[in-house]
Design a protein around this ligand. Structure first.
Ligand SMILES: NC(=O)c1ccc[n+]([C@@H]2O[C@H](COP(=O)([O-])OP(=O)(O)OC[C@H]3O[C@@H](n4cnc5c(N)ncnc54)[C@H](OP(=O)(O)O)[C@@H]3O)[C@@H](O)[C@H]2O)c1
Length: 364
């Protein structure tokens, strides 16, 4: 009897949640979304997905080639900008470009463009801090005529990321950690701060791409540290932004087949670091450790899911649902293995991971 009542209550709760979460925000076609790291992987797919849904995508790419490829695959609505999230100058220029795109010209602001040019505007170059009209952004209003303030930037998706260099902590230098933290954490923070006033104005969304490795740390280097940092930053930002109507979501994907999990890149990085190690360190780990690690990498690659939409659908939901979730775990490995593991006592998770990790040849 009690079991039956509990099952009904759970069923009703799930139904209520499903109904609530499928409600979308109105006027999606008027909303601007800035996505970082759009050259490949999740960022690239999300840009195409949102463009197909009619949103005004501002896609930040690291390379000119990536940007040109993306423009060729999308509608003229989508606009690109070059952005290296490790460079403050590049971030400032991109933020100025975004302000121009959303029609923000300060207190006497003008309305955003009512229509877009039929061919993609030539946007793919680092943009000077001053708005440049030929770029196709912020046009459509007659000079001198005061208009209502721009609606701001609806969404920011902090997606750009890197894993390399990665290896056991002892094999790395401080600079190796800095390289990853600069992209995955400090870059994410600086991009967020630079466009936050625009997101506040739109009462919009910040979507930060963390990882299951922001919930549980089981290999060395800056990656897990950076993703734990993204979780922490997102939590404090969510609390602070609540009063402004801005919602902050975190995406926690499991393993997916993208450039970041590309086996050749990871192997090359690993072998390069191994070659530079002092003989004493090499001897303490032993050649068998290296061999086993490479085998483990190959196994990891086989477990990666090719269905990237599991992740981009979460990002899209966080941007378009009236009631976005605080956290999205994407992929079955995230939902069934890593997130549950993250709630276990450390003694148990240590046992699980030391069982599957390569063993060093000697202890001292
Ligand atoms: N794939 C997974 O299994 C997985 C799991 C959990 C979380 N994630 C996270 O998902 C996000 C997207 O990664 P992905 O898997 O889609 O891999 P990806 O294809 O390598 O995408 C990462 C993107 O970030 C760009 N990027 C790298 N350094 C940058 C910089 N300094 N400034 C601006 N952009 C930069 C890359 O540009 P280039 O291509 O030109 O280098 C690339 O477009 C990352 O934050 C990653 O940590 C991935």
């Amino acid at each position: 009897m009690w079991l039956y009542a509990a099952a009904v209550l759970v069923g009703l709760y799930l139904l209520w949640r499903w109904h609530r979460e499928r409600q979308t925000v109105p006027r999606l076609s008027e909303k601007y979304v800035l996505i970082t790291g759009c050259d490949s992987g999740f960022g690239n797919l999300l840009a195409r997905q949102l463009d197909a849904r009619g949103l005004r995508v501002l896609a930040a790419c690291l390379t000119e080639t990536g940007a040109a490829r993306l423009r060729a695959a999308t509608s003229p609505r989508l606009q690109t900008v070059l952005l290296d999230v490790t460079s403050s100058q590049s971030i400032a220029a991109a933020a100025a470009w975004v302000r121009e795109c959303v029609g923000d010209r300060g207190r006497t602001g003008r309305s955003p463009p009512s229509s877009f040019p039929s061919s993609p505007p030539p946007l793919c170059q680092p943009v000077p801090a001053q708005p440049v009209p030929e770029r196709g952004c912020g046009q459509g209003s007659s000079p001198g005529s005061p208009r209502p303030l721009s609606p701001g930037l609806w969404g920011l998706v902090n997606n750009a990321g890197t894993t390399i260099p990665t290896a056991p902590n002892e094999w790395l230098t401080k600079d190796d950690f800095v390289k990853v933290l600069d992209v995955n954490l400090l870059g994410l923070i600086e991009v967020t701060l630079s466009v936050l006033p625009l997101v506040k104005r739109a009462q919009g969304r910040v979507v930060n791409v963390a990882s299951i490795m922001g919930r549980i740390s089981f290999f060395g280097g800056g990656y897990c540290i950076s993703k734990f940092g993204v979780e922490a930053f997102s939590d404090s930002l969510r609390l602070e932004m609540h009063g402004f109507g801005v919602k902050v979501s975190v995406i926690e994907p499991g393993y997916f087949k993208t450039a970041i999990t590309n086996i050749e890149n990871l192997e090359n990085n690993f072998l390069c670091i191994w070659e530079k190690l002092p003989e004493e360190t090499k001897a303490s780990y032993g050649e068998s450790y290296l061999k086993d690690f490479l085998v483990a990498l190959r196994k990891m690659e086989k477990k990666c899911s090719s269905n990237l939409t599991l992740v981009t659908d979460c990002m899209e939901h966080a941007l378009t649902s009236r009631f976005p979730r605080t956290r999205y775990s994407a992929g079955w490995d995230a939902k069934l293995v890593y997130i549950p593991l993250s709630y276990l006592p450390s003694a148990l998770t240590d046992m699980v991971f030391s069982w599957s990790h390569p063993k060093p040849s000697r202890k001292a």
